[in-house]
Design a protein around this ligand. Structure first.
Ligand code: ASP
Length: 280
């Protein structure tokens, strides 16, 4: 490792509403001047909702448009909490969703996995536009990068494999020049593109993997996965009840916890916790 590049990933829970996106911007304000690549997932549970759109389309239940509309409404509602009504983001978000509407007007594609990737990927495309636009509004200049121009994959839709030499080359060519001390680069987790330029996805929960791909290809100094939790907890709150926050933790205990699988590195006094992964 010889670069000063850092990679941060914010998952769906960390950007699920306007308040959390503002929080992310507050956090990132501390990193102004850093050569930082940010990877985001789709907002909240958007990917699950889009999977329902795909299934409705395949089954031709007549509900696909309605389900997509619910997803759109949730996104527009969130915009209301972040932007003025005439902000440009409304138009660009609409353009992004229109492409899916066109796909839904066609007969379902015979390859389910192909169709799934074309539709479900809109979640990350939409969230990344929103977060990038908000960062710009918060005076954190940010370059929006289409991950599909970098993460080159085979055409195994829904669990695409990375073509490393092409991805490495594309990362150097299109990310490095943008990754300056003056602006962040923000991109989507989970998605890539095949040699025919069709959208592919890397498998559910694939955004951490995307962050690792970029970290590796850019020879990043470190990669941090931010979690929407108030501190180090005694257990994963999604799996256990009665978890408590640990107010004090020695380095020794922290090391022990990570050894047994906890993904934590704390940078007080920030609201979020960082899960840290060594560079691959
Ligand atoms: N949005 C995708 C999913 O929910 C990828 C990710 O969040 O990591 O699986």
């Amino acid at each position: 490792m010889n670069s000063d590049i850092r990679v941060f990933k914010f998952g769906g829970a960390s950007i699920r509403d306007a308040e959390r996106i503002q929080k992310v911007a507050d956090i990132l304000a501390n990193y102004k001047g850093t050569r930082l690549l940010i990877v985001v997932s789709a907002l909240g549970k958007t990917t699950n909702a889009l999977e329902k759109v795909v299934d409705a389309h395949v089954a031709q239940t007549g509900k696909a448009f309605e389900l997509l509309n619910e997803v759109k409404i949730a996104h527009y509602k969130l915009l209301e909490g972040l932007f003025e009504p005439n902000a440009e983001i409304y138009t660009s978000l609409n353009d992004t969703f229109v492409e899916i509407e066109w796909a839904l007007e066609e007969e379902p594609h015979e390859d389910y996995d192909y169709m799934y990737d074309q539709i479900v990927s809109v979640g990350e495309l939409a969230s990344s536009q929103i977060v990038a636009a908000y960062l710009a509004k918060a005076e954190l200049p940010t370059h929006w990068l289409d991950a599909r121009d970098v993460v080159r994959t085979d055409n195994l839709y829904r669990s695409a494999g990375v073509i490393w030499d092409e991805t490495m080359e594309a990362a150097k060519r299109s990310v490095l020049p943008e990754l300056t001390n003056e602006q962040f680069v923000l991109t989507q987790g989970f998605i890539g593109s095949s040699s025919e330029n069709f959208t592919t996805t890397l498998g559910r929960e694939g955004s951490d993997y995307t962050a690792a791909i970029f970290s590796y290809c850019l020879d990043a100094k470190d990669m941090s996965i931010w979690k929407d939790v108030p501190g180090v907890l005694t257990a994963d709150p999604r799996l256990f009840e009665n978890v408590t926050k640990l107010d004090r933790l020695s380095y020794r205990e922290a090391i022990e916890m990570t050894y047994y699988g906890a993904k934590v590195r704390i940078i007080p006094p920030l609201f979020f916790l960082i899960a840290w992964m060594p560079k691959i």
